[in-house]
Design a protein around this ligand. Sequence first.
Ligand code: SF4
Length: 90
Amino acid sequence: MSVNESLMQNSYHPARSSHIELQDNVDAQQAALLEKICPAGLFQRDADGRLVFHHQGCLECGCCRLIVGDAALSAWRYPPSGSGIVLRFG
Ligand code: SF4
């Protein structure tokens, strides 16, 4: 099973607001790390080249927090109860 097929087994209940927030000015090195390490590819560039984060589909793995921490993220918390990912391994 491919990674994408495996991810499609999961169920998501996105919260209205994001549980992860970017600092206002993320430097280029930190931005490149975030784009590279998020297994769900949720850190992307907008049309103006700015780094943006899409919270829907977050695996809650914590990689972004471990790799860049406060240097690029102003907030990292789990989604509110009843929202977020439901992992399925079948
Ligand atoms: S917690 Fe994991 S899946 Fe969610 S944004 Fe961070 S690296 Fe990506």
